[in-house]
Ligand binder design. Structure first.
Ligand SMILES: *[C@@H]1O[C@H](CO)[C@@H](O)[C@H](O)[C@H]1NC(C)=O
Ligand SMILES: *[C@@H]1O[C@H](CO)[C@@H](O)[C@H](O)[C@H]1NC(C)=O
Ligand SMILES: *[C@@H]1O[C@H](CO)[C@@H](O)[C@H](O)[C@H]1NC(C)=O
Ligand SMILES: *[C@@H]1O[C@H](CO)[C@@H](O)[C@H](O)[C@H]1NC(C)=O
Ligand SMILES: *[C@@H]1O[C@H](CO)[C@@H](O)[C@H](O)[C@H]1NC(C)=O
Ligand SMILES: *[C@@H]1O[C@H](CO)[C@@H](O)[C@H](O)[C@H]1NC(C)=O
Ligand SMILES: *[C@@H]1O[C@H](CO)[C@@H](O)[C@H](O)[C@H]1NC(C)=O
Ligand SMILES: *[C@@H]1O[C@H](CO)[C@@H](O)[C@H](O)[C@H]1NC(C)=O
Ligand SMILES: *[C@@H]1O[C@H](CO)[C@@H](O)[C@H](O)[C@H]1NC(C)=O
Ligand SMILES: [Ca+2]
Ligand SMILES: [Ca+2]
Length: 882
């Protein structure tokens, strides 16, 4: 037999059939799955790949890495919008999932990847051990989630959108794509998704032909932060480091952001046995965005995708925190996509390609620090277990100290030599744990030596993006023949305006409904002067755009919106305040019922008409930015500025009433910044707090079992709650117990059903019925009546007497000692407590009627009902508008 086969094989070879078969194989398009954290550089990579010849490179699916630079709800919008612009709604998009990993290591289906594997339990909340290295506000997740505000100004919006429990999950999309045929996987974020896939589907491994990774630093020496030769005094920063983690290089100079996102996952991927090509900092450090490239790009924007990328790059440059943009912003993921595509096209051994020099190296990924086998409590795979999780070896490479945050004392040993190496892609020789990996070491120079563009890839990048082939169809404005930007502002004429109110919200679902309600209250009763937004609660700060859209819908583009802090009091890292701890906010789930759903308003945000106002990274030196951008006038105001403007513009003798529907971060900061606040504040209505009268009378903090009696709004920023309770302000507390009295979905839906006569009543009805349906359907949504209860604050504020509220004045104190099992608990404390008015009951029937009737009123109704209506207006000549 064997001889026979050998002879046949020989014959085939002689006839050249072998060669022919090989060529057929090579011309089949490569099926690509792209796993991305949707950072700016990621969509440079994505758009570049989409422009390539589809008979060669065919992107089948995109999965979103949700524990790095973006948040799931915003990232998925960005991806859908880009694909719509590029006419590629056929590409599957996977995000999130509600599965978990049990304490014994069983991986359940559909783990959403919101947490690094080491922190992944059965839910989607958990610690930010690694992600805390990523800034949250400006220059971090806020800017990346919104793409500096450019997504909404530029990208068109198609039909696809996230919808709770219907969204294809990351793991499902991976399974579907990879089981459909040989697949090449690109990983340009952290490795959680792919690692979980590999750990739970070992039989599908054989279908992954190759893995291309942007990440790590093997022999790299960071070129940024080096002192100039002739400098008198200079503190070298990351000069010569292997890694690039600029927010935490003093604790870990070895690691690159993507790998730090989940070192254990990266270990699983690199050690999977699947061929891996790594494009680490070694190579990307040699392709900074130079001024010549930037200028050349500026002159070469012949497609929408080229424009979008250039505008993004420009805002990244204009808001860069120092003047070193051209030497410290590199092509990371975009370069990786070029190198990978070139390697695949060439199909040569040793990964020969047009753009990078390659070399085989034996590497591993450090996941814990030596000495191994010493359990110091830092390592959840081992701490307090008789059998290590995933059956890891007791004194193996995963068994040492695992870095705990950016100020982990372990990483700062006394003699200052001991730094943590978590996530280091370390070269090893003769070590059984090393894996042979093809590594890009250097970007190749431009072959035309007289060109100003000094890298070969620069040429390809600009050429490909500007090709007419596979180009974008339109941008947001050119999609519609009669597009027009309108700001709606009311004219109250001679009407006497009612009490001045400032609404402070954390953008939970109930807050949006409260906002709609407040906008319906006759302006003679309530004059909503401004909105303050705290980024420390149920939504990510980028969700501020939904507030703008609701104001636009209701014709109130005149109301100022101020963005508050992104950290609870005391949480920013004192030595680098752009990053900080998640001690309290980690109690909020990332997935269903949590941030993902707030950030998309349970899938309804994209139905709202789109406001021309939005978050933007535009800024000016006057307000502390490093430099003026092109449109500093568009700058997003801060909460404190909006507050100061309002309090300054008050008529003599008049005062402001504040309603808070979230953590008290903004109010505490206002108190701390203004000496004579009680002279301008009439009253503060605080939705939150729980006064427990028995052991069974529990709070609502379901994600912190050790803290049975706290309520979320108080817990999320206990220090702020303390500042507020210690202030001179007159406070009315609307605690959990009275909220619970009116938290009946069937009742409120029944009332609204009868009143669905206005767009806002329809919208509210749809949102509340979705919440109710989800609550009945899935355990992740069991807490949704919390959001229903929040609406009470706005209704009490608007029609106090109608509801016949009963209240008692009680001395209330809040625990804020730093002990999470007590923090945020409000107690009656006759000695230290502050006297506050505590609402104990309202007339429920009147409450429901009051709420539903007002939403159904034709007065102060929406001026534009939906995005669909907006599209119709933009598609018909102005004369035909009715
Ligand atoms: C795309 O690739 C296929 C297969 O390699 C090739 O036959 C075709 O000519 C290419 N098309 C273009 C426009 O380069
Ligand atoms: C792990 O625990 C789950 C229950 O959480 C159980 O169903 C499963 O059989 C256990 N697996 C192992 C390997 O012990
Ligand atoms: C959309 O494209 C048009 C035509 O190229 C351009 O004039 C406009 O500025 C673009 N929109 C944005 C927001 O850049
Ligand atoms: C610094 O401390 C580490 C252990 O903490 C030790 O291994 C190392 O030798 C010390 N280096 C110097 C220069 O003292
Ligand atoms: C890398 O590892 C392989 C075995 O996996 C070994 O044959 C080779 O010599 C190693 N190369 C280096 C440079 O250590
Ligand atoms: C403050 O008020 C002035 C004058 O009305 C206005 O121009 C400015 O935009 C306001 N600033 C904020 C942050 O609301
Ligand atoms: C505080 O405001 C009140 C009323 O406007 C005023 O009478 C008083 O002088 C102010 N106090 C201080 C310390 O500014
Ligand atoms: C608080 O309210 C009481 C009663 O309504 C009033 O007498 C008092 O002046 C108020 N205090 C402040 C600081 O506004
Ligand atoms: C109540 O407040 C006082 C002083 O503000 C504080 O010392 C005390 O610890 C608080 N009590 C509790 C139980 O939090
Ligand atoms: Ca990335
Ligand atoms: Ca809220």
């Amino acid at each position: 037999m064997r001889i026979q086969r050998a002879i046949i094989w020989l014959l085939f070879s002689l006839l050249g059939i072998g060669l022919l078969l090989h060529e057929i194989e090579a011309t089949k398009p490569r099926r690509i799955l792209l796993d991305t954290d949707v950072d700016t550089d990621d969509f440079f990579a994505l758009l570049y790949l989409l422009k390539l010849n589809r008979s060669e490179i065919d992107i089948k699916a995109i999965t979103i890495n949700t524990n790095a630079w973006t948040d799931a709800g915003h990232a998925v919008n960005q991806v859908y919008d880009m694909l719509y612009m590029m006419d590629r709604d056929d590409i599957m998009v996977g995000v999130g999932g509600e599965g978990g990993i049990s304490p014994n290591g069983t991986i359940y289906p559909n783990v959403g990847g919101y947490l690094p594997i080491i922190e992944q339990g059965m839910s989607t909340y958990g610690d930010c051990r690694y992600r805390q290295a990523i800034p949250i506000g400006l220059g971090g997740r806020l800017d990346i989630d919104t793409n500096y505000g450019l997504r909404r100004s530029f990208l068109p919006q198609g039909k696809r959108k996230y919808s709770p429990l219907r969204q294809p999950t990351t793991q499902q999309v991976m399974i579907d794509t990879i089981s459909n045929g040989p697949t090449t996987v690109f990983v340009i974020g952290s490795h959680t998704n792919l690692a979980i896939f590999l750990m739970s589907n070992p039989r599908l491994k054989k279908n992954i032909e190759h893995i291309y990774v942007m990440g790590g630093g093997v022999r790299s020496k960071n070129p940024t932060g080096c002192c100039p030769k002739n400098a008198n005094s200079c503190t070298p920063k990351q000069c010569g480091d292997r890694g690039n983690m600029f927010t935490g290089y003093t604790s870990n100079p070895y690691v690159e952001f993507n790998i730090f996102g989940d070192p254990f996952a990266a270990y699983q991927v690199i050690h999977s046995g699947i061929p891996v090509t790594l494009v680490p900092l070694d190579a990307t450090n040699t392709i900074p965005i130079t001024e010549q490239f930037f200028k050349s790009f500026e002159r070469n924007q012949h497609t929408y995708e080229a424009q979008y990328i250039f505008q993004s790059l420009k805002l990244a440059r204009d808001t860069w925190f120092d003047d070193q943009f051209y030497t410290s912003y590199f092509m990371w993921d975009s370069f990786t996509s070029g190198v990978a595509a070139s390697i695949m096209r060439n199909s040569k051994v040793d990964g020969e390609n047009e753009f990078a020099e390659m070399e085989y190296m034996n590497i591993t990924v450090i996941t814990s620090n030596e000495p191994y086998g010493v359990s110091d409590g830092s390592n959840p795979f081992f701490a307090g277990r008789s059998i290590p999780k995933f059956n890891l070896q007791k004194d193996g490479v995963h068994s040492g100290h695992v870095q705990q945050g950016l100020r982990d004392p372990f990483c700062f040993a006394k003699n200052n030599t001991k730094k943590c190496q978590d996530g280091y892609t370390k070269e090893v020789t003769g070590d059984p744990d090393g894996v042979r990996v093809l590594v890009a070491t250097k970007a190749k120079p431009n072959q035309l030596s007289n060109s100003l563009l000094d890298r070969e890839y620069f040429i390809s990048f600009l050429d490909v993006l500007n090709l007419p082939r596979n180009a974008g169809r339109f941008n947001f404005t050119t999609e519609f023949p009669y597009y027009k930007e309108v700001l709606y502002k009311p004219d109250f004429g001679m009407r006497k305006l009612g009490k001045s109110v400032v609404f402070d919200m954390d953008m939970s679902a109930g807050d949006f409904i409260s906002l709609i309600y407040l906008l319906k209250v006759p302006v003679e009763v309530i004059n909503l002067k401004g909105i303050l937004v705290s980024g420390t609660g149920w939504a990510n700060p980028a969700t501020i755009d939904i507030i703008y859209d609701i104001l636009h819908m209701m014709g109130r583009d005149d109301i100022p919106v101020g963005r508050g802090d992104v950290f609870a009091l005391g949480q920013p890292n004192p030595s680098f305040t752009a990053v900080g701890d998640c001690k309290y906010i980690k109690a909020i789930p990332h997935g269903g019922g949590g941030l993902l759903d707030s950030d998309t308003l349970y899938g309804f945000a994209r139905d709202l008409p789109r406001s021309p106002r939005r978050h933007t990274a535009e800024n000016s030196v006057k307000y502390g930015a490093p430099r003026d951008t092109d449109h500093p006038e568009l700058r997003q105001p801060l909460a404190l500025e909006v507050w100061q403007n309002i309090s300054k513009s008050l008529a003599p003798g008049s005062k402001i009433t504040i309603l808070t529907n979230g953590p008290l971060t903004n109010l505490a900061q206002i108190i701390q910044s203004e000496k004579n606040l009680s002279s301008v504040v009439e009253n503060v209505y605080v939705v939150g707090g729980h006064l427990s009268y028995s052991r069974k009378d529990l709070g609502n903090l379901f994600s912190v079992p050790s803290n049975e009696f706290a309520e979320f709004n108080m817990f999320l920023d206990p220090m702020a709650a303390k500042v507020v309770l210690e202030s001179e302000l007159n406070i009315t507390l609307i605690p959990l117990s009275v909220q619970r009295q009116i938290s009946s979905f069937p009742e409120i839906l029944k009332r609204l059903q009868l009143k669905k006569k206005t767009p806002e009543a329809v919208f509210t009805y749809r949102l509340l019925s979705r919440l109710y349906r989800l609550q009945q359907k899935h355990r992740r949504y069991h807490h949704l009546d919390t959001f229903l209860g929040e609406i009470l604050g706005a209704v009490i504020l608007a029609c106090d007497q109608h509801l016949n509220p009963t209240f008692k004045v009680k001395p209330v104190n809040v625990s804020a000692t730093g002990d999470v099992s007590k923090d945020g608990q409000t107690i009656i404390d006759a000695v230290h407590g502050k006297l506050v008015k505590v609402i104990e009951s309202v007339d429920n029937r009147k409450y429901f009627a009051e709420f539903a009737n007002l939403l159904g009123e034709k007065k102060q109704t929406a001026v534009i009902g939906s995005f669909n209506q907006q599209k119709r207006i933009w598609s018909t000549p102005p004369a035909n508008h009715t």
